[in-house]
Design a protein around this ligand. Structure first.
Ligand SMILES: [Zn+2]
Length: 169
């Protein structure tokens, strides 16, 4: 719905003003039906999908932005892996200190190689189904250190990492 039908810009006030128009019931219903926003956050640290939250008003918006969720609502509701601890983000240097040598090796590899093909070649050694490596990758995702970005068909697009790690590795 074109917003300028309902809002005008008042140059004198430097602000948007609500135009006086008669909203019939149909239009009112349409507006209330569409008056929401879907916010997208980083991947859920349990299921690795993008966290999407629907907000219906300013209060909901502020609340969720302040919370900056790292676990999606569905995992929080159904996954036995979820606990309140899942929502607390430990400082990166502490998490890094808890990694094993293999985990640190894979993490450093992802950061240095960056490119998907190089990661397949040198970390997976061309065996993209290697479950041993996937266990490590998934653990790094759960700890919020890396994100495997996927398209809607769940095909891998890229490996991303928290920029802050660069300060430690
Ligand atoms: Zn989830």
């Amino acid at each position: 719905m074109p917003i300028f039908e309902y809002w005008g810009y008042d140059k004198k006030e430097s602000d948007f003003v609500f135009k006086e128009i008669n909203l019939d019931k149909d239009i009112r219903n349409k507006i209330s039906e569409h008056s929401y926003a879907i916010l997208t956050f980083k991947n859920c640290t349990l299921c690795f999908q993008k966290i999407k939250v629907k907000v219906n008003n300013r209060n909901e918006f502020l609340k969720i932005v302040q919370k900056n969720p790292i676990v999606c609502e569905t995992c929080a509701q159904y996954s036995p892996n979820y606990s309140l601890n899942s929502e607390i983000k430990k400082p990166i240097n502490i998490i890094l200190g808890e990694l094993t040598d293999s985990e640190l090796k894979v993490l450093t590899g992802i950061i240095k190689l960056k490119d998907k093909k190089l990661i397949y070649r040198h970390i997976f050694n061309n065996d993209i189904l290697d479950t041993k490596i996937w266990k490590i990758i998934n653990l790094l995702q759960r700890k919020g250190l890396i994100r495997v970005e996927r398209d809607s068909n769940w095909k891998i697009e890229s490996f991303e990492f928290e920029n802050e790690i660069n300060n430690y590795i």
